[in-house]
Design a protein around this ligand. Sequence first.
Ligand code: AN0
Ligand code: CP
Length: 317
Amino acid sequence: MRHFTSIKQIGDLQKAMDLAFEVKKNPFADQHLGRNRTLLLIFFNNSLRTRLSTQKAALNLGMNVIVLDVNQGAWKLETERGVVMDGDKSEHLLEAIPVMGSYCDIIGVRSFARFESKKDDYEEVILNQFIKYSGRPVFSMEAATRHPLQTFADMITIEENKKCAKPKIVMSWAPHPKSLPQSVPNSFAEGINLTDYEFVITHPHGYELAPEFVGNARIEYNQDKALEGADFVYAKNWSAYSDPNYGKVINTDRSWTITTEKMALTNNAFFMHCLPVRRNMIVSDEVIESPQSLVIPEAANRVVSAQTVLREILRSL
Ligand code: AN0
Ligand code: CP
């Protein structure tokens, strides 16, 4: 593996799971792999889990880690080519990227959708420039359209907790006051489509995701119906994808919040969310604190996910 920007690049899923469980059981077995290797993590957006779990994964592999918050202390970066740089941007991404590449062996990038141009977001313009100009293996720490390290952690968590071979997974939209990217739901859908699980996506009208991510999932606009018999409820807010509302909040209907009553419709389902989560918007206090809530082990598996991927990239250097 050189770059990791989509869960599809994980290769054979069973093999990836086996590797992940090996990493989880024996996290310090590959310290030699990262010796004298430097990982650079670049954040254009905030993070708690990705920042900490990816650093922890790299330390477990014996790597050195440097972290840059682009918006805190670095020069403001121009991303558009051809611009006369007479504004507030002091440096162009086209110099910054190869410079950053010269200081490390592997680069992780977090760069969310900007909602300025759907085309630029869905073409992953920023992430692809890192791939093109850094000269280093690049992995996504959530880019404009996908969050593959989250998806891999989610899939590991499902594998650890499923009680039957083909569980019913329901990904449900839930309300949120701000415009959030589609990357987590896109990526989760992309991952679950690699399995033979039963997969239902439920959301209000207007929140349809891009068809290339929805894949074989069944869309059910009635959330109660979708939840019937679910083994896992994967809650997430996302903003509208369809034009003319791309990137907009068009609904904050709190009847979509995952509550105890909603969970009662399921097959005693586990509750999942990538975090950060807004309580009593996305999910009630009772559900997130219930024994069926997997949010903490799910977040803990982010180390396993990142370490498994980093290990494969290190092996390819
Ligand atoms: C981000 C999102 O929805 O993509 C990050 C989630 C991992 N969430 C927020 O910005 C609140
Ligand atoms: N789930 C996740 O990626 O969390 P952070 O945004 O805190 O990294």
